[in-house]
Design a protein around this ligand. Structure first.
Ligand code: THU
Length: 130
């Protein structure tokens, strides 16, 4: 997971965050072992901002993957670890099993380790999934 976190940290360098000055990177491990990274992409119409996590999901899905087994998120401009926002938890839950590990960190050495199911419990829409 720490290797995945380093990938996320590298992806944060590509963040387009001129408004918040808050860079985020995500690294998503596909079931076949491929890693897809993403960063936050802001917009001057602020509500159009795309988070790093959804950016990584879009990369993986666009390359033909449908299943992801782990995720790491790096927020180098934050003193504390930053977990995925609510919208991203919904989107991630579409493609990650409840037991899939998710690690997140900020600028320091502290890491939070959780699972998809812990971050998004009571997924009542799950039965709609194909
Ligand atoms: N952001 C992410 O990319 N992922 C998160 O998990 C939290 C927030 C971005 C959105 C925005 O560009 C900036 O961080 C500040 O909210």
């Amino acid at each position: 997971m720490e290797m995945l976190f380093r990938e996320a940290r590298g992806a944060a360098e590509n963040a387009y965050a001129p408004y918040s000055k808050f860079r985020v990177g995500a690294a998503l491990l596909a079931a076949d072992g491929t890693i897809f990274t993403g960063c936050n992409v802001e917009n001057r119409s602020f509500g159009l901002t795309i988070c790093a996590e959804r950016s990584a999901v879009v990369q993986g899905i666009s390359q033909g993957r449908r299943s992801f087994t782990a995720l790491a998120i790096a927020a180098p401009d934050s003193a504390v670890p930053v977990g995925p926002c609510g919208a991203c938890r919904q989107v991630l839950s579409e493609f990650m099993a409840p037991e899939a590990p998710i690690r997140f960190g900020g600028s320091g050495p502290e890491r939070v380790d959780a699972t998809m199911g812990e971050l998004y419990p009571h997924d009542s829409l799950h039965d709609l999934a194909k």
